[in-house]
Design a binder for this molecule. Structure first.
Ligand SMILES: [Zn+2]
Length: 546
C-alpha cells in the first residue's frame, strides 16, 4: 500500500504519484488515461526547455463580491501551485514551433472565468501575430459561476479570437481531455480545424444529471464519452496520449498557412517509370462484357480505395465526422503525404468483409458522409492542400434516414462548393461510379478512370427497371448505357484511362499504384504552374461543355 495511493478508476490498480507520473498518467494494466496537472502535461508534450510562458501573472477579480469565492481561489492556488486554471505559451514540439494552452482540472474544475477566457484569447492573438498554429489541451467544468455574466462573455470572446486566427489562414487543434463540458465545449474546445479527444474522456454540453432529470429516461451506454462523440461525428478521432507528440508534428507539417505555395520539393528528383504508351493503349481491349465488368467491380477481388491509398501515399491519417450528426464509414477521408506534399484524400469504401460492409452500408454514403467529405475538402482549401478523390460507389444510400437528413441537399452542396474550391482536385474512379452519389465526390479539374471501371447515370439494374420495367435486363442495359472508360473518354466525361495491366487485382495493385502515383505527381506539377483563376475557369468550362 502506498501512502496517498491513487487508484485506477477502471481496473482498480494502485499507483503512487511518482510512478504514475512516469507512466504519463496512464494505467499500465488497462490503459485508462488519468487526468494530468497542467505542468506535467506541458513537460510530457513539448521539447525540453522550449516552453516560454505567456501572461503568467494574470489574476481574476471578485466581480460578484463573493466572499466564498476568495477562499475557493486561495485553496485552488495552494492545491495546484497555479494562479489560474490554464497555462499558455509558446513551445517546440519535435522541433516545430507552436502556441500551446493547457487547462488544469484541479483548479476549480478548470471552469472558465475572466482569466481563462483572457488567456485563451491572448493565446490566439499572439499566435496570429507570430503566425503560429495553436494546440489546446481542453478540460473544464464549464463557465465559472462565481464570476456571473463576465464568465459567459468569455465564450464569445474566445470564439471571436479563434475566428480571426482562422481567417488569417492559421491552424488550431483542440484536444479534449477528461472532462470537457459546459460552456467550454460550446466555445473554444469545439472550434478546432481538427478536434481530437483522449480515450474515454467525458465530453458534453449539459450535465448528465440535468439531462436525466429533464427527460426522465436512462441515458445510453457510453453517453458523453470520446467514443460516443466520435460515433456521432463530432470529433476527428481519438488519440492515445503516447502518440500526441507525433500527432502534433504531423498536423503542424500538413496544415501550413494558405499563403504558402504548393511545395513539391521532390520535382527534380522524381524518375518517372518508362510505361510505354502503346502498352497502355493495347491493354484497353478487355474482352469482358460491360455487365461482367460491373459485377467484378462489386466483387471482393477488386482492390479497394484503402489499398490504393496505402500503395500510393507515404502516410495517411484518417479524420472522421461531419460535426453534425454522424461518422459515415462509406466515405473515408484524411490527410496523406505524397513525396513530402500534404494531400487531402477522400474515398468511397465498402469494407473488407461482411461486418465491415454492413457497418459501411456497402459503400453507399449517407448525407453525413458527403458532409464529412465537404468539410475535409474545405479544410484542404484553407491550408492549400490539393485533393485526390477515389470514387467507388453504387450510389448514395437509399433510406428513410438519408432522406430525413437531406441526401439531395447534401449532394447538391458538394457540387456547388467543389466547383470553385481553390485547390487542384483530381478524381479517380476505381470501380463503380453510380449516379449523383458518385458525382458528389467526382467534381474535379481532371477525372480519371481505371480501365475496367464503370461510371453511369444509374446502376444497370435501375436503368432497366425504369426504362423497361424489368431489372433482369441489366446486362442488356449495361451494353447500351455508355458506361465504360473508353466510351466516357470519347464523350469527354473523363480525361484519362488508368491501365490495369490485365485487370486490377491484389497481384498487380502495386504496379497500378506506381503508375497512378507518377501520374498524380505529374498532374500536381502541371496544376502548380497554373494560376488559381485559370484553374477555376477551366474547371467551370470542363462541366459547362456538356
Ligand atoms: Zn487500470
Amino acid at each position: 500500500m502506498y501512502e496517498n495511493a491513487i487508484y485506477c478508476k477502471r481496473c482498480g490498480k494502485e499507483f503512487d504519484h511518482a510512478s504514475l507520473k512516469k507512466k504519463k498518467y496512464i494505467c499500465d494494466s488497462c490503459g485508462f488515461h488519468f487526468r494530468i496537472p497542467a505542468m506535467d502535461r506541458i513537460a510530457m508534450t513539448v521539447d525540453r526547455g522550449s516552453f516560454e510562458e505567456w501572461e503568467p501573472d494574470l489574476e481574476t477579480e471578485n466581480y460578484l463580491n463573493d466572499v466564498a469565492y476568495v477562499e475557493t481561489l486561495q485553496n485552488a492556488k495552494k492545491k495546484t501551485g497555479l494562479k489560474e486554471a490554464i497555462i499558455i505559451g509558446k513551445a517546440r514540439v519535435l522541433g516545430l514551433e507552436t502556441a500551446i494552452g493547457v487547462c488544469d482540472s484541479n483548479f476549480i474544475m478548470a471552469s472558465m472565468g475572466h482569466v481563462v477566457g483572457e488567456k485563451v484569447t491572448v493565446l490566439f492573438e499572439r499566435a496570429e501575430k507570430e503566425k503560429l498554429p495553436v494546440f489546446i489541451f481542453c478540460c473544464s467544468g464549464g463557465a465559472r459561476m462565481q464570476e456571473g455574466m463576465i464568465s459567459l462573455m468569455q465564450m464569445e470572446k474566445t470564439s471571436a479570437a479563434i475566428k480571426k486566427h482562422s481567417d488569417a489562414g492559421l491552424f488550431y487543434c483542440s484536444i479534449m481531455t477528461d472532462p470537457t463540458t459546459g460552456g467550454v465545449t460550446a466555445s473554444f474546445a469545439s472550434l478546432g480545424d481538427v478536434i481530437m479527444a483522449e480515450p474515454s474522456a467525458t465530453v458534453g454540453f449539459a450535465g448528465k444529471r440535468v439531462i436525466k432529470q429533464t427527460i426522465q429516461e436512462e441515458l445510453p451506454k457510453g453517453f458523453q464519452t470520446s467514443e460516443f462523440l466520435q460515433e456521432h461525428g463530432m470529433i476527428d478521432g481519438i488519440v492515445q496520449r503516447k502518440r500526441i507528440r507525433q500527432m502534433i508534428q504531423f498536423l503542424v507539417v500538413t496544415n501550413k498557412n494558405r499563403t504558402e505555395n504548393i511545395n513539391f520539393t521532390t520535382e527534380k528528383k522524381i524518375r518517372f517509370l518508362p510505361f510505354a504508351a502503346e502498352y497502355i493503349q493495347s491493354s484497353i481491349t478487355s474482352s469482358k462484357s460491360v455487365w461482367e465488368k460491373v459485377k467484378e467491380n462489386r466483387g471482393p477481388n477488386r482492390p479497394a480505395s484503402v489499398e490504393y491509398i496505402k500503395n500510393i501515399f507515404d502516410v495517411f491519417v484518417e479524420l472522421k465526422g461531419d460535426r453534425l450528426y454522424g461518422e459515415d464509414g462509406a466515405i473515408i477521408g484524411g490527410i496523406a503525404m505524397l513525396n513530402g506534399q500534404p494531400i487531402t484524400v477522400v474515398a468511397d469504401y465498402r469494407g473488407k468483409n461482411i461486418q465491415e460492409n454492413l457497418a459501411r452500408n456497402f459503400g453507399m454514403p449517407m448525407p453525413e458522409g458527403y458532409r464529412k467529405a465537404l468539410r475535409l475538402m474545405k479544410q484542404a482549401e484553407k491550408f492549400n492542400r490539393p485533393i485526390v478523390s477515389f470514387v467507388n460507389t453504387q450510389g448514395a444510400y437509399p433510406g428513410v434516414g438519408a432522406e430525413e437528413r437531406g441526401q439531395g441537399w447534401a449532394i447538391s452542396q458538394n457540387l456547388y462548393e467543389l466547383s470553385s474550391l481553390k485547390v487542384p482536385i483530381l478524381v479517380i474512379i476505381i470501380g463503380e461510379g453510380g449516379s449523383g452519389g458518385a458525382l458528389a465526390t467526382a467534381v474535379g479539374d481532371e477525372v480519371w478512370m481505371l480501365e475496367n471501371a464503370t461510371y453511369s447515370i444509374l446502376s444497370p439494374e435501375g436503368y432497366a427497371s425504369i426504362l423497361w420495367k424489368d431489372s433482369s435486363r441489366a446486362s442488356e442495359a449495361a451494353e447500351k448505357m455508355k458506361m465504360t472508360s473508353k466510351e466516357l473518354r470519347d464523350l469527354g466525361i473523363i480525361d484519362k484511362i488508368i491501365p490495369e495491366f490485365g485487370g486490377a487485382s491484389k497481384e498487380n495493385i502495386s504496379e497500378i499504384s506506381k503508375y497512378m502515383k507518377q501520374e498524380i505527381i505529374k498532374f500536381l506539377i502541371k496544376m502548380n504552374k497554373q494560376s488559381k483563376d485559370i484553374m477555376l475557369e477551366n474547371r467551370y468550362r470542363r462541366f459547362r461543355k456538356f
